[in-house]
Design a protein around this ligand. Structure first.
Ligand code: ATP
Ligand code: MG
Length: 386
């Protein structure tokens, strides 16, 4: 089967375009490799995919939906770039379809052919009308027939299926996502991957105060997210010891904010190791006590990399719908004991002031606490779930 893939051309002018196109080609090759032997080739601002006919098209669709940068795609018939060849190919195409009205949209990518787009539309329109008895309707036909004439071949599109949009994986640099096992951070990861960022993942766990179930959950979540970008790096940070120190040395109410500040500091060290240019979190304004503007301000002051929060303006229900759509929701809602009453304050502060938190931290050896934790980080490569 042959499939033509189109990408959005907005923002793709000039020098970056060939790089973008090649990344998209590699992305398609990667997402389709598990379904069968595949070739993907460049063709005049589009890509032509070839796969064995025996592969169920539904499976192909599932895999293409994981390739960012695809605007739309569809199966095509391919023939020689002449009006005669198109007529004979259309005979086959018409045999499988019934319609009372139709419109032909012709595009000519290669300008050297002796006919113009309007010639194609006129001549083939007459041909289709004579074969089917259907009438031409260029406003709202039952059937659009899209024809693209390239250099050595012409394509007849069978359908037009929307892709996931976005920018090809790897086109926007690298960033690290703090991933918790909850619903939000996997969605935040998706949003950044969709814009072309390559992600590493960082998870903090509180063993021995918690069971470690969150680590397995995060491995599963990263496996699902890796479908969109390929094998992915996961850093697993043992955070319980540092948290104990904070429980013993700092007042209870601002404790969550203190944890978050240390998470950002540690995440930054790990991101630098991977040449990451940003941190990503699943925070959404007002959702919990640590996500008030005052607390976000206090937390953010320790970061030097930009902290991206793609969910900041989304409601929980919108985030849940997205999580369901990208297949992370069912894993996120599995039970884990990601916090315990020993580490969590009874009444977390919704308002903290950076100067007060600075004062609390000035009594601690912050650099050493960070360093000691970073030394014990484990790094894993997680393969995409099939
Ligand atoms: P999520 O649904 O992603 O768990 P949440 O609504 O539970 O988010 P918080 O617990 O306040 O909100 O966490 C806010 C963000 O901080 C998370 O989205 C995630 O980016 C980061 N974060 C929280 N806990 C962890 C953790 N254990 N490991 C890594 N990142 C974390
Ligand atoms: Mg959470």
């Amino acid at each position: 089967m042959k499939i033509v893939v189109h990408y959005a051309e907005i923002g793709l002018k000039g020098r970056n375009r060939p790089r973008f196109e090649e990344r998209l080609r590699l992305g398609l090759q990667r997402v389709l490799a598990p379904v069968g032997p595949v070739t993907v080739a460049h063709r005049f601002g589009r890509l032509l995919v070839e796969l064995p006919d025996s592969i169920p098209f539904d499976q192909v669709k599932t895999h293409i939906s994981r390739c960012f940068g695809v605007a739309y795609y569809g199966r095509v018939s391919v023939c020689a770039p002449s009006l005669e060849a198109l007529e004979s190919e259309l005979t086959e195409f018409l045999r499988q379809r019934k319609f009372a009205s139709f419109g032909i949209r012709a595009r000519r990518a290669e300008k050297r052919h002796p006919f113009r787009s309007s010639d194609i539309a006129r001549q083939l329109g007459q041909f289709v009308a004579s074969q089917t008895g259907a009438r031409v309707d260029l406003r709202n036909p039952d059937q659009w027939i899209d024809i693209h004439v390239l250099t050595d071949e012409a394509l007849i599109l069978h359908e037009r299926i929307p892709g996931p949009g976005g920018m090809p994986t790897g086109s926007a640099g690298r960033a690290s996502c703090l991933i918790s096992g909850g619903i939000d951070s996997p969605v935040a990861s998706y949003e950044l991957m969709k814009r072309g960022a390559s992600l590493d993942f960082i998870h903090f766990h509180s063993a021995p105060f918690t069971s470690g179930a969150s680590v397995d959950k995060v491995r599963d979540l990263v496996g699902r997210l890796a479908r969109y970008q390929g094998p992915s790096t996961l850093f697993i940070v043992p955070f319980g010891e540092l948290q104990t120190e904070l429980v013993q040395e700092a007042p209870a109410e601002p404790r969550i904010v203190l944890y978050r500040r240390f998470m950002l500091r540690i995440a930054e060290v790990l991101a630098h190791r991977r040449r990451g240019l940003a941190l990503i979190t699943g925070e959404s304004l007002g959702q919990v006590s640590s996500q008030t503007l005052a607390n976000l301000d206090t937390i953010n002051r320790v970061a030097t990399l930009p902290v991206l929060r793609p969910l900041i303006g989304m409601d929980k229900q919108e985030i849940i719908s997205r999580a369901q759509q990208i297949d992370t929701f069912d894993i996120s809602i599995e039970p884990d004991d990601d916090c315990c009453s020993y580490l969590m304050p009874a009444r977390p502060a919704t308002f903290t002031r950076p100067d007060r938190i600075d004062r609390i931290e000035s009594k601690l050896d912050v650099a050493h606490m960070v360093e000691r934790t970073v030394e014990r980080v484990q790094q894993e490569i997680i393969e995409p779930e099939p």
